[in-house]
Design a protein around this ligand. Structure first.
Ligand SMILES: NC(=O)c1ccc[n+]([C@@H]2O[C@H](COP(=O)([O-])OP(=O)(O)OC[C@H]3O[C@@H](n4cnc5c(N)ncnc54)[C@H](OP(=O)(O)O)[C@@H]3O)[C@@H](O)[C@H]2O)c1
Length: 254
């Protein structure tokens, strides 16, 4: 395992972004590069990361590593992490899969892909990351979940239940690692204008651009927050939605 890039007087913490072709991830990469962080970008297809890597080198002058990563290849995660060119100090799990809910109700392959992409894959890779950070007694783990995990809704409860599992996992991990100097942050975006929501009619006031989400994540991480909703008003929207009794909630169109 190579040595960490973080030293008291040396470079800023090294960042690993998992699912770096995501629109939110690309905004995160730029936001962290602007602050001076060197990065490793991981995705299923490194070729698609090359334009972003070129931009980070050209505009910010930071070294960028590109590595192949598939969240569903659980058996590969240990070797993937041990083979990284730089030990990451901040790991951001951005990958996710919305899928086709209606199709998934009848097609278990699609159903399983939703559950494994948003929950099992997260647990598989973060178990490895968490153990390394626990051993080193430092680090930051950020998981991008969703407000969909706060309450199951008829339109997307397969995706939502996987994100709920992810949130519970991160909560437990946070409590386990706090005494080891490892910070675990859960991110709960509401609507975000990305490839995932392309073509959907989203309410303008409740919809964020990827750059806004990235700015919220960076700010919250630097303040050491545990759970961040983005846009901020989703915290209150979900507070109301969560507080509705089931007898009432089951009859709504929420
Ligand atoms: N957009 C929203 O409204 C919204 C709201 C709440 C939460 N989120 C969450 O935000 C995160 C980022 O999503 P986004 O909106 O930026 O959408 P996106 O652009 O569609 O990004 C999804 C990313 O997940 C990656 N991915 C999917 N399956 C993978 C796998 N098996 N292995 C590796 N990578 C995989 C995709 O890689 P490929 O490019 O290879 O497909 C892509 O980079 C997701 O976790 C999503 O659930 C989004």
């Amino acid at each position: 395992m190579p040595e960490s890039t973080e030293t008291p007087s040396g470079p800023l913490p090294h960042l690993l972004i998992l699912g770096a072709t995501s629109d939110i991830a690309q905004s995160l990469a730029v936001a962290y590069a602007r602050l001076g962080h060197a990065q490793t970008l991981a995705s299923r297809d490194c070729q698609r990361l090359q334009p972003l890597a070129d931009r980070l080198v050209r505009e910010f002058g930071h070294a960028v590593n590109l590595v192949e990563f598939d969240a569903l290849r659980f058996d590969s995660h240990g070797d993937f992490y041990r083979g990284l060119p730089s030990v990451p100090d901040i790991v951001i799990c951005v990958f996710g899969y919305l899928g086709d809910h209606d199709r998934a109700l009848a097609d278990f392959d699609e159903c399983r892909r939703i559950i494994e992409s948003n929950y099992v894959g997260v647990v598989s890779i973060l178990n490895v990351v968490a153990e390394d950070m626990r051993r080193r007694q430092r680090g930051t783990i950020i998981g991008v979940g969703s407000v969909a995990g706060d309450r199951g809704r008829r339109a997307n409860y397969l995706y939502g239940s996987a994100k709920a599992g992810m949130a519970a996992y991160l909560s437990g991990l946070r409590q386990r690692l706090v005494r080891d100097g490892v910070h675990v942050m859960t991110v709960k975006p509401g609507f975000v204008r990305t490839r995932m929501t392309a073509g959907r009619d989203l309410p303008a006031r409740l919809t964020a651009e990827p750059d806004q989400v990235a700015a919220d994540i960076v700010r919250a991480q630097r303040k050491g927050r545990d759970v961040v909703y983005t846009l901020w008003m989703w915290r209150y929207v979900m507070l109301i939605i969560r507080s509705l009794p089931e007898t009432l909630f089951k009859r709504t169109n929420l």
